[in-house]
Ligand binder design. Structure first.
Ligand code: TYC
Length: 103
């Protein structure tokens, strides 16, 4: 602790050291043979806030490599995005799956 030269009182001058970065969770999209490419691009744009070009790139990566990263989020946000993806896919009748992985 430093001391204010005018008052002699202690001054807190340390930055907080106990806060930690929250654990982030990776949301990964899995390939399947039935979901249309167009639908996957729509999900990446609407749920994961990707630009059309980014969404197309991620979709093609999943299509060719079997899986692909959509982004890293706090646990609550990642869970929400996984649930939103499942709900949209179920409503459209596609088996598209997103999974959550600790980074
Ligand atoms: N493989 C699908 C097709 O050929 C497209 C697709 C891409 C599906 C990504 C799911 O996460 C996925 N229609």
């Amino acid at each position: 602790m430093a001391h204010d030269p005018r008052t002699g009182h202690g001054v807190l001058d340390e930055t907080r050291q106990k806060t930690r970065e929250p654990i982030r969770y990776q949301v990964t999209l899995l390939n399947d043979d039935y979901t249309t490419m167009e639908f996957v691009v729509q999900v990446l744009e609407s749920v994961f806030d990707k630009s059309p070009a980014e969404a197309y790139g991620i979709m093609m990566r999943v299509h060719t490599e079997g899986r692909g990263r959509c982004g890293a989020y706090t646990h609550e946000i990642a869970e929400t995005k996984v649930a939103a993806t499942r709900a949209l896919a179920a409503r459209a009748g596609f088996p598209l799956q997103a999974i959550l992985e600790e980074e």
